[in-house]
Each structure stands twice: as structure tokens, then as C-alpha cells.
Design a protein around this ligand. Sequence first.
Ligand SMILES: *Cc1c(COP(=O)(O)O)cnc(C)c1O
Length: 547
Amino acid sequence: MKQIQQLFQSEDGNIEQRENFLSLLEKIVTSLDNLKNPQKTTLGPMKERSANFYQELMQDNQVPTSGVGLDQVVDDLTQLMQGHPYHTRNFVTNVLPMASIPGVLGQFTNALLNGNNLWDVYGPAAAECEVKVVAMMSKLVGYDFTQSFGYTTWGGQGAVFSGLRLAIAKQFPQAKEEGVPNNLYCFASENAHYSLLKSIEAVGIGSKHLIRVKAGKDHSMDVQDLQARMTEVIENGGIPVYVVATTGATDQFGIDDVQAIKEVTTNLEKKYDLQSIHIHADSALGGFYAFFNDYDFKKNPLHFEEDVLQGLLQIHERMQHLAIADSLCFDFQKLGQTPYLTSLFLIKEGKNLRLLDIDDFDTPYVGNRGYGSYHTGYTLECSRMGSSIAIYAALQAFGKEGYQQILANYVRVNLAFRKQLAEKLPMIQVVNEANIGPVTAYRLYPKDFNWASEQAGSYTQVQLEYINAINASLFEILGEGRDEVFFGDTTRVCTVSASDTKQQIPVAAAKFFSISPYTETEHISDIVHFLKQKVKVLEASQIEYSH
Ligand SMILES: *Cc1c(COP(=O)(O)O)cnc(C)c1O
């Protein structure tokens, strides 16, 4: 048993066990450091995977009969780092951040304590932090913290799902026992994240009852279309339960106007005598720009450059209305700079969580005893990791100003990227010009084609598909060089109409998603140079495509 005990932290805090533990940690961190190279986006060379790579893993692996020893384990862990993506200055793909040190320390503390956030008797540290971060973020967005509540959950996806559960429970408290009525409908922009699609399938509403609302030129939800689509549903006997307002869309940072959406739902509720329709702001990504809610844009205490300030102000115009939404989400593992998985779900009227709770009778081994008062029976999870500790550590370490600095830098480098694109690569055009934020979506055009005409619906379906194909080839070429500069891409940044058919055609675009704290404006010219080289490779490979 003594040998087995050596696999654990000490029971009594003795120095010898601590030093063994720390030396293992040091090995891990040192090995990681040895693999780092700021000019690359991977730790060491990229790993080539054969076609049957995963099949071979299945064949080759079984539990060892006796343990291999911690040194061997650490070696194995170090091996896993080889070829892993790493978030250097050239890492500009999707919103996959580097975990900040406070975030890692919070997660580490959580792992050491291994509290279970199901109940404060088992996980008091996480419960305490959860309440703290709920209060902090409630105050930040402008919720009344005496009414609001929330909890950490399984991603932005989990928040969209939990918002939907709540939306149904508010209008149909009996649905828990009797099942969901078959005439419920949900609404979201065509640019919304697919989280809602999965949620609607999972709660049994059925994905045919997801109404996709058109997006406008700035990629945000067209509220007139929302009004029209909701009216149509209501007049045909449907009941709207849930509207998801995407506040910072994943591919182009379109920001839906929560205030305008609320006006639409309120008017329809009055006109048709409906119950209140739940609005969830899917702010998983963009909500962090609420850190500028009380920034003094006139005095500009952090001395942001004029164009950065204007960009931030433009985001602020929309983000200041987040508190109108009935629920929200902050994916701290995105712009909150913490490790996976640290998502916070916030609810304006915390008391509504009661609608999701199960009876004490059904939770016999946990719950309200004399010695424990924080029991999260309303979450879909049972045991929950204490991710609130990492969130708390990050909020404390960065402070509002730290977040303002890093969020402003994303805007700054995007502005620089757009400027250099326009100067050096005119055949590439930005398709989310109206949305400044952490992402620039760009598209390569053949001679005589351009985004303005494309967005206006001037091209035929065949032409649109041709431009998409060129861009798909560009993604392949960019992807092959991703260990140098790691761009993102999307097959549908938005849709446009074709001039000759009734089809809405998806628009494919590559993405510059600034997410590393190490990407600064001085690195942009190298990134643009890389892009230029890759466009040349593409041109050389396609005879019929030329400028
Ligand atoms: C990332 C994202 C999601 C999904 O969040 P996960 O944390 O990956 O589950 C949902 N909505 C938006 C807008 C997002 O950016």
C-alpha cells in the first residue's frame, strides 16, 4: 500500500512528497518550454497521421499489468505535447486561446482539492467561487445581482441548452412531467451557432421547429424578418418559447440587437396575449466586450488609438444591452483566457431555476441538510467540476483593465490586418467589414468579381459555387502550412442570394482570428506575407484562375 500511496499527494504535507511532486511538475513545464518556438504554431514538428492512425491506437493499447512509474508517465505526457498546436503570435485560427497562468492555477487548485461542485458540503471552494463569479459578471453586464443567479456548465452549448430548458419550464411548468407540447418554436439568426439546433433536437421540440431568421448586411439578425416569422408561427397556432440573440457570432462577430429583439417579442406578446418569450443572449464569445460597459470613452483612460476606440465603441453600442436578455453565457475558455471547460451561465431571474430543480426525494444522498445549503439540483450535470475557481482566479488577476487591454488588442490587430490586406492583396476582400472585433473573415475573388456585388446578389449560383471552390482550395493550401501561420476558415460565414435561382448560397471564407496574447500589430506584415505566398501557390496551380 505504501507504494500506491506514493501516487497521491501527501496526507500530512511532508517535504519529501511535495518535492517529488514539484519535480514532476517542473519536468512537464520544462519539456513544454523546450518545444516552444514563437515563429511556429506547433510544439515541435506537426505530427503526420496515417490513414489508420486511430485504428492502430485501438490495437496497440491496453492497461499495463503493473504501473509504469511516475517518471515514465511524465515522459508519456511529454510525448503527447509533440506537434500539438500552440498559441503563439501566428496562431490566428478559431477562438482557441492560450490558458492564462491564473486560469491554470485556478484549475490546478481545483484539481488538488477535487471538490465536487454539486454540493457545498463536498465542494465549498468551488461553490463559494461560483457565487462570487456569478455576482461579478452579473454586476458587469447590468443584471440586478439580488435577483440574478447562475452556474458553471458544459460550454456555450450547455448554456444554450439550459436556457431552452428554462424557456420551456417558464411557459409550461408541467412539461417536466408530461412532456413538451408539440407546437413550440424557437428562433435564431441564420448565423447562430449550431448549439441551438442540437438543443432543440435534444429537448424533443424537433429541429423543424427551429426558425432561422435572415441576417442583414452587418450579419446580425434582421429583426423585421424575426417579426414576420414569429407572426407567421403564431397565426398558424405555434407558440414561440425561445429566441436566441447571438451577440458575437463565431464566424464573423455579427452582434444581434437584443434591445430590438425584445421590442419585437414584447409587441407580439401584447398583440396575441402570449406569455413572456425567453430571450437568451448567446454571448459565449462576444459577451466579454461587456468589460467596456463602464469604460469612459471620452476620457479614454487606457489611451486606445482613435480607430481602436471607435471599434470598441461600435461593439459597446450593442453589448450594453445584454442585460435585457433573460439569460446569458460567458465562455471563459474563449475570451476569458481560462482552460477548458469554464463556461458560466447567467440567469436574470435566478428564482426560475426552481422550475428545473428536482425534489429532495429524488436526490437522497445530497441536498439541504442543516450543514449544507448550496445544492445545484437544477443543473443537468450531477457531479460538476469546480471550474468557477479558474474563472475567479482569472477575473482577479486580469481585473477589468486587464481584460480591456487584451480585448482592445484583438480589435487593434484586426484593424491592422484589414488595412494591410487592402494594400497588399486587393483580390482578397473582407466580408465582415461592418463587424470589428477579434475576427476578420476574408475571401479570395477571381478577376472582376467582388464582395459588394456578391452580397448584393448579382452572381449566379454557378459563379458563387466557383468562388467557393477557389476559396476551398485556398483553405487547403493555408491548412498545409498551418505550422507557420494557423488561419481559420468556415464554409458558411453567411449566405447570399443567387441572381438566377431562389437558393441562398453559403459564402466560404478564411478567418484571421486573433486570440493569442502574443499577436501584436508588428507581426501582421509577416502574416500577410505568408498569405500572399499561399495565394501565389494557388494561382500557379489553377491555370484558368488568374489575375
Ligand atoms: C463557442 C460558441 C458556442 C459553443 O460553446 P462551447 O463552449 O464550445 O460549447 C455557442 N455559441 C457561440 C456564439 C459560440 O461562440
